[in-house]
Structures are given as C-alpha cells and as structure tokens.
Design a binder for this molecule. Structure first.
Ligand code: PMV
Length: 348
C-alpha cells in the first residue's frame, strides 16, 4: 500500500545556536549538547514529487532543482543524505523523486542553508513515511524528522520545532538525546517571546572553512575537552536563565559562546580567523549602545563573519533605529535580514 504518486511541499527555517555545537563523533553525534532559537523568515521551501516505480532501482532516482535551475553540485550531498537515511526509510529506492527547493534568503549570503535545506527535505520524506505508516503519531513524526535531518546536517535537527530546541543528551534537560533535537521542555520567560534576530550580512563570500572541516579540527584540539565541559555547564546556566528571564545573564552566556566558537577556530591547527574587521566594529558598537541606552541587545555569531543581533521584542523600534543608523554601514551592500524566533517546519 505505497502511495503511487503525488507532491509534498514543506518549509523549514534556519536556526541560530545560543550554545554552540562544534565537534562531533560518527555518525553526526554531537560532542556537547547545544540549544538554539528556531528562526522564522530565513527558511527553505521544498517540494518533493514522488512517483512509485515498477521496479526497485539500484540507486536513488532523483532530479534536483534549486530556485528553478538544475544544481548538479548539490547532488552528492543529497545522495549522501539518502544513503544515510535509507536504513530508517527503506522505501526511497522504490520511488522516482523530483526535488524543487528555494530559500527566502539570498544565495551565498553567508547564511548556512544546510540547516533549513536538510530539515525541509527530511520533513518532506517524513510526510511520505506517514502516508505509508498512518499509525505514527505526530510526535513520533517530528522526532523522526529531526533524527533524519541530523543525518543531513547536524544542526538541521534543531529546525523542525520551535521556538527553542535542544540537541544532545544533557543531564538536566528531560528527554534530550544525541540522536534528535527536542523542544526546550520548560516554560520560557515572556522576555524571550518573539525575540528578535537581525542578521547583518558583513561578508557574503564563500565560507572559508566548511563546518565538516571545522568539526574535524576539534579532534586533537588542545582545548576540546574543556570546551565540551564548558558548553555542558552553559546549558545548565541557560536553562535557569530562560525560565527566570535574567537578560543580563543571557547576554553573558550567549556572547561568550559566540566568542568561544571563534576562539576554537583561532586555536586549532590549521587556524582560522572567520571574523572580518567589520564584525569587530559591529560588536564594539553593540557594546557601546548597550551601555549608553541601557539596552538588552547582544550578538551571536555562526562560523563566519555575519553578526546576529539579538534583542527583546519590546526594544524593537529603538534597536532597529540604531541598526539602520549605525550598523548597516558595516554590512556588505548594506544588506541585513530582520528575523525573529519561529515555530519550525510546516506542511504547505
Ligand atoms: O550543522 P553543521 O555541521 O553545519 O554545524 C553548525 C555549527 C555552528 O553553526 C557553527 C554552530 C551551531 O550549533 O549551529
């Protein structure tokens, strides 16, 4: 009783880690637990057209279109993803697929599309799985979608649900697992409702270091074990802060995590500096504004030069004024994206 043919369309957002995942073991298992805000505006939309074949093929049968164009360079990643997940969704080779995908954010904006892209595809595959196994509960589907997304790109598992998710087994987070992300399972203080993330596109160039290479550099890194311990402690602290609403403590943890991620890259062999001069100028401006305006604005960084400016919804108007008058000048072509916390993957 396999469905014969049809189209499934889903969207899934990117996410921004507050406690960073940097360092993994096979296969795609994190060295420490991480926690992120699920985003809203930065997302991938994917449609999966499936046609049941008469014979099971030897290899995966799929055509790939990115923003309407064939993208042969994305094929190996998708193929590897299918190879990894086949064990868990054994119907893949019975179908011919056409995968059409597009992002809301500009291509090569320095915003990683792997989290939104892989989670959107995993979510589509799970819709097909649910047609085959209608007895699966929604909760089971969400969990398995996160599990599959993880096998595509580690941090992608944190995009399936929102507004905050935790990935990685942690003693103090009930239900947490290395295999999939879970929704942050405690009440979140209202200060964090609708939390804003304005992403400043400082440098839109190709990534200097792929995250695969980056994670690998943590093997044999002189500070690795201390870093994994610190991340674990920071999750405990952040859990407390998210329930108490202590924004000063939030700022301290989040900024320290961002700088530590970059410190790990600066102290690996080979070493990398992924910030640009404008990244540092923006950080200094944020610190000065915070002091002057008594604001709760802070920053975080990915493995690149762009800056995520985080702030409570209550400060939106003033902070946007500050960003447009003082920070946009440091962005490449003046580009930035207004985003905020969101709710994860959706069927369209
Ligand atoms: O999911 P990956 O393998 O692309 O790794 C992402 C790592 C960071 O974005 C730098 C941190 C994180 O936790 O998202």
């Amino acid at each position: 009783n396999l469905p014969k043919e049809g189209i499934i369309s889903c969207s899934s957002p990117s996410n921004i880690a507050l406690i960073k995942y940097w360092g993994k073991r096979p296969v795609q298992l994190p060295e420490n637990a991480s926690i992120s805000f699920t985003l809203d505006a930065c997302k991938t939309t994917t449609s999966l057209k499936y046609v049941l074949q008469d014979l099971i093929s030897e290899d995966f049968n799929f055509t790939l279109l990115f923003e309407g164009e064939p993208k042969p360079e994305f094929r190996p990643k998708i193929k590897k993803f299918f190879e990894r997940i086949e064990k868990y969704v054994p119907f893949l080779k019975k179908y011919t697929f056409t995968i059409e995908t597009s992002n809301t954010f500009p291509h090569s904006s320095g915003i990683a599309s792997s989290a939104s892209g892989m989670s959107a595809l995993a979510f589509c595959v799970m819709q097909l799985e649910q047609m085959i196994h209608p007895e699966m509960t929604n909760e089971e589907c969400l969990q398995k979608a996160s599990f599959l997304a993880r096998l595509g790109s580690g941090s992608a598992c944190r995009s399936i649900e929102g507004p905050m998710t935790v990935w990685g087994k942690h003693q103090e987070i009930t239900g947490s697992s290395d295999a999939f992300a879970v929704k942050f399972p405690y009440p979140i203080h209202q200060h964090f409702e609708n939390y804003q993330d304005t992403i400043l596109l400082i440098d839109k160039g190709e990534k200097q270091v792929s995250s695969t290479v980056g994670h690998d550099l943590m093997h044999g890194h002189p500070f690795a074990s201390k870093r994994f311990e610190q991340a674990t402690e920071n999750i405990t602290k952040l859990k407390e802060v998210l329930t108490s609403g202590d924004l000063d403590a939030f700022i301290q943890i989040v900024e320290s995590e961002a700088l530590t991620l970059h410190a790990m890259m600066m102290t690996s062999l080979p070493y990398f500096i992924l910030m640009k001069p404008n990244t540092l100028s923006v950080i200094e401006k944020i610190w000065a504004y915070r002091k002057k305006a008594g604001s709760k604005i802070c920053f975080t960084l990915d493995a690149g030069a762009n800056v995520h400016v985080l702030y409570p919804n209550s400060e939106k108007e003033q902070v946007l004024e500050f960003i447009t008058s003082e920070l946009v000048a440091y962005c490449q072509n003046g580009q930035y994206i207004c985003d905020k916390v969101g709710w994860g993957a959706k069927i369209l």
